[in-house]
Design a protein around this ligand. Structure first.
Ligand code: BTN
Length: 332
């Protein structure tokens, strides 16, 4: 999409009716060019009403991801200034890394409708669920690498907020950064680090969101593990708006972290978590530990209390939430 078409789309998204002349002034093009861009947008599925007295009004935007659709009305100053969109890709994380290694700036986003080699945490495959969102964001914090473990938690807390704001759903954070609703996963986050001994070169934040899949579109092998925002909220989610909200909340959390450190991020994570107070199994390779997840330490590690009351600090591993034991009320 040309930059004038992006400006026209952004103006249509911002207002109700807008005159052809106002659009022409906004985009710096002629009235004839406006008419051509409106025609092209309609061909792409945008429903735009025209009235001789009032101008143009956007009635309906298609549920199609695009760089321009996200950028139109995006309220960020760093994240999403550059967006590379692919309808299909092997992994947004792979492209983000290769762009990052070539010097792509902080905030660059790689966005895709679907991936055929999506990567998950701990070397697992991330299966593409239809009508979702796959995105990777390049961050370049000026920090030593021992601060990198804050970022998965920061991302989880920010995306949890974005889900609450855009879908009116309460997201539950499972340490360190899975997002679940009613015990089923809606978001996976993969944070990968490129660093030297004393400084971070880049953090690649990969985010997979299960958005508009219907129950019969969840692959059978995932049906007891995954869900979508649409299934949980009972209505279709506007993916462009969701991506914008995710970028805005991430930027806000990133700025808060840079100004005030990890404490406010830890607070937000704890407010949304479904891990603390639960009996958990922590799997790390062949090592399995069981106990109660009691708290996050000031750096975001999980404090686990075993049955013999010993506390250990867990910095890595896969948390499995054990079923909550329902005790029968006593009759006496
Ligand atoms: C997990 O829960 O295991 C993390 C899954 C992360 C998936 C996302 S989708 C966008 C980005 N590209 C990838 O290949 N993986 C991440």
């Amino acid at each position: 999409m040309s930059s004038s078409k992006t400006l026209i789309l952004a103006a249509l998204m911002r207002t109700s009716w807008i005159s052809g002349q106002a659009l022409a002034d906004t985009a710096g093009v002629s009235r004839t060019a406006i008419w051509k861009h409106i025609h092209a947008l309609r061909q792409e599925g945008y429903e735009i009403q025209a009235s001789s007295g009032r101008g143009y009004r956007l009635e309906h935007a298609p549920d199609r991801l695009s760089a321009e659709g996200v950028q139109a009305g995006l309220k960020t100053s760093i994240l999403g200034k550059d967006i590379i969109f692919r309808s299909q890709i092997d992994s947004t994380q792979n492209l983000a890394k290769s762009l990052g290694e070539q010097g792509a700036p902080e905030g660059t986003v790689v966005l895709a409708e679907t991936q055929n080699k999506g990567r998950g945490r701990r070397g697992r495959i991330w299966t593409a669920i239809p009508h979702g969102v796959a995105m990777s964001i390049i961050l370049r914090p000026d920090l030593p690498p021992d601060q990198a473990p804050h970022f998965p938690l920061l991302a989880g807390a920010a995306i949890g907020q974005a889900i609450t704001k855009s879908c009116d759903l309460q997201a539950g954070l499972k340490w360190p950064n899975d997002i679940l609703i009613h015990g089923l996963k809606v978001v996976g986050i993969l944070a990968e680090l490129d660093a030297e001994m004393d400084r971070i070169n880049a953090i690649y934040l990969g985010i997979g969101l299960n958005v508009n899949a219907l129950p019969d579109e969840i692959p059978a092998d995932l049906s007891t593990l995954a869900t979508s925002l649409c299934i949980q909220s009972g209505s279709k989610v506007n993916r462009l708006h969701l991506v914008q909200t995710v970028l805005q909340e991430l930027e806000l959390a990133y700025q808060t972290y840079r100004m005030h450190g990890f404490a406010p991020i830890r607070k937000s994570w704890k407010e949304q978590n479904i891990t603390l107070g639960r009996t958990v199994r922590i799997v790390s390779g062949h090592n399995i530990r069981t106990g109660t997840a009691v708290d996050l330490d000031p750096e975001g590690a999980l404090i686990l209390r075993s049955d013999d009351n010993q506390e250990t600090i867990v910095t890595a591993g896969e948390v499995q939430l054990c079923p909550e034991v329902k005790t029968r009320p006593s009759l006496d």
